[in-house]
Design a protein around this ligand. Sequence first.
Ligand code: THU
Length: 136
Amino acid sequence: MVTNEKMNELAEEAKKAANNAYAPYSHFRVGAAILCKDGSIVTGVNVENRSYGLTICAERNAITTAVTQGQYSFLALALSTPDSDSPVGPCGACRQVLSEFMAPDCPVRFGSNSTAIIDTTIGELLPFDSLHDLKK
Ligand code: THU
């Protein structure tokens, strides 16, 4: 069970990380923070490219960084999008990648530059995920 206090901490880490985003084309910074099963927090940011399609989202950067560190199971995700006035959730591709490593009941929080916060779950973001158990 991930406490609200932990989600606040995660959101704070995502917000800090967003400052390091490389987004000279969209000017839309994204920070992601994931809580690993061992309690550690790993962050990621969006990294854009002049060949626009090569852009990597913050969520997938956080996941690949964590996997590189030997983490394969995650309990929660927070996203920060300081350049938007309303909360922005993960894109479709990121939802699929997140669901590879996170159970449907894992909490997800996303906010913006305002106080508006959305609390949801991986399962709500990617419903009818029929292939979820395929790897087992
Ligand atoms: N972006 C993310 O980092 N995560 C998402 O889930 C949505 C989109 C980035 C990609 C691009 O650098 C910028 O936000 C605008 O789409």
